[in-house]
Design a protein around this ligand. Structure first.
Ligand code: FAD
Ligand code: NAP
Length: 417
């Protein structure tokens, strides 16, 4: 029965708990969200991810229909079947962010006035604070709105001239912004041909099914930002935060099982888990499973985020595991609680001697969270530890971490995004 649920045929369920994990004054909105698995027959193991099917924010769909002068009740046929235009835009396409194909299509919509233009591109500054709705000063600047309106055709050509320019342009504008900027009209068919089909989002499961039978739990960082005076953000995170409350509103889910990000079969093997930010999710699940299974393997968790006062997710649970001896070691890295940044890789290196002893003793090493920066820096820290405490050359240390531990022994495992 459980096999019938998939991205194409999700199990429609409801959320039973949905609350913010951050303390007051946090720059972030990270939520703990619990889904009821009801009569689905769905099962999961720790390390698996949950697929979630979301919808576009209603205000964006309304604005899009309004700016194009479309009829929201018109019946249209999409890849999902027949429905009203409103439903099609809300559920079947990613209309919360514009795509490159659409920017290219502007060339056939705008008319040249034959006038010269001057354009000022300013690279967006991707700053980690870009994720934070409350951090106005730190937002990416995007392509400054200094594109003069004298020749739309030349403007479109300049934007489409190189990939970076298109990306910068799209960083601060969605369909509504672009349609307003160039005063262009599309037929519904033209638009549906250009827009991306709505895709599910994956989330690392933060619970063990043995500890929470019939439920699946997530730790979700909500994406919000604002450009051109309009509230915008991530499709799925906003949907879960703003539209799906605990009143029983339906939401589609499916399981995305992992083959590799799994606990050691031997419960007596030690594990080291590194999961800053929302990277904590699978390790809450791992700990619940290890407590349930009751092996002799020791557990060491590295966790951190901006501040202990506002981002200490699952504090009581974690401290309970420490007090009860389930968590042998708990090492924190609060990046903004002092002048200099302290990250998990700094803590790993500080504890390098002991980390190396655990490796020599056969420990598994797990990492979850940011792929772009954190995972790379932690990877480097592991190589440095092998050099310093394993007495290896750079080449041997790299070989040990990347080939021996990761590929051959499969005890360096990653869930990064
Ligand atoms: C295996 C896996 C596990 C994951 N586990 C988790 C998890 O446990 N918890 C979790 O929170 N996430 C997790 N993610 C990430 C998650 O899948 C989504 O990518 C994330 O929640 C954002 O989805 P969204 O639909 O809200 O945003 P989207 O609609 O996909 O938008 C995100 C995009 O918005 C753009 N963007 C972001 N900020 C700005 C800004 N300020 N200005 C302009 N553009 C901006 C960026 O292009 C970004 O890629 C996981 C991903 C994978 C692949
Ligand atoms: N797809 C999306 O739209 C979306 C939304 C939210 C988050 N994310 C991404 O999801 C991942 C997790 O986000 P999150 O908010 O849970 O946590 P996060 O942004 O990864 O932050 C967690 C902690 O990691 C620190 N950090 C920053 N750079 C680091 C580095 N190079 N090495 C080690 N630690 C570093 C942060 O410090 P400082 O902040 O003090 O630098 C913070 O203390 C990240 O990839 C984040 O960019 C994506």
């Amino acid at each position: 029965m459980a096999e019938q649920w998939s991205a194409k045929n999700p199990y429609m369920t409801s959320i039973t708990e949905n609350y913010i994990l951050n303390g007051e004054g946090s720059r972030k909105e990270t939520r703990h969200i619990v889904f009821d698995l009801g009569d689905s027959g769905l099962d999961y193991k720790v390390g698996d991810a949950l697929g979630v099917i979301a919808e576009n924010p209603p205000h964006i769909v309304d604005e899009l229909i309004e700016v194009q002068g479309w009829d929201r009740d018109q019946t249209v046929t999409t890849h999902k079947g027949e429905r009203t235009l409103y439903d099609a835009l809300k559920k079947d396409f990613e209309v919360h962010m514009a795509n490159k194909k659409f920017v290219k299509s502007l060339a056939s919509k705008v008319v040249s006035t034959g006038m010269n233009i001057s354009m000022a591109f300013v690279s967006r500054q991707r700053n980690d604070d870009a994720w934070n709705a409350s951090d106005d000063d730190a937002r990416p600047t995007g392509l400054k709105a200094s594109v003069p309106s004298n020749d739309p055709a030349a403007q479109v050509e300049a934007i489409n001239a190189d990939v970076k320019a298109v990306e910068d342009y799209l960083w601060t504008r969605d369909y509504v912004d672009i349609m307003r900027e160039f005063e262009v009209k599309y037929t519904i068919e033209e638009f549906m041909e250009l827009a991306d089909k709505l895709k599910p989002r994956l989330y690392s499961i933060a619970s063990s099914h043995d500890a929470h039978p019939g439920f699946v739990e997530l730790t979700v960082g909500i994406v919000r930002f604002e450009y051109n005076g309009r509230a915008r953000g991530g499709l799925c995170t906003q949907f879960m935060a703003d539209e799906i409350n605990t009143s029983g509103a339906p939401i589609g889910v499916f399981m995305s099982p992992t083959k590799s990000f799994v606990l050691p079969e031997d419960k007596d093997i030690d594990i080291i888990m590194v999961g800053p930010g929302t990277g904590i999710a699978p390790f809450r699940a791992f700990m619940e499973q290890r407590v349930h299974d009751g092996g002799k393997g020791r557990n060491w968790l590295f966790f951190g985020d901006q501040s202990a006062s506002t981002e200490f997710y699952y504090k009581d649970t974690i401290e309970g595991w420490v007090d009860e001896g389930h968590l042998y070691k708990f090492t924190t890295a609060w990046s903004r609680d002092q002048e200099e940044k302290i990250y998990v890789q700094h803590r790993l290196k500080e504890h390098g001697k002991e980390v190396w002893e655990w490796f020599e003793n056969g420990a598994y090493f797990y990492i979850c969270g940011d792929k772009q920066y954190m995972a790379k820096d932690v990877h480097r820290a592991l190589i440095d530890i092998a050099i310093e405490h394993g007495g290896m050359s750079e080449a041997d240390a790299t070989h040990f971490i990347e080939k021996t531990m990761m590929r051959e022994q499969k005890r360096y495992l990653r869930d990064v995004y």
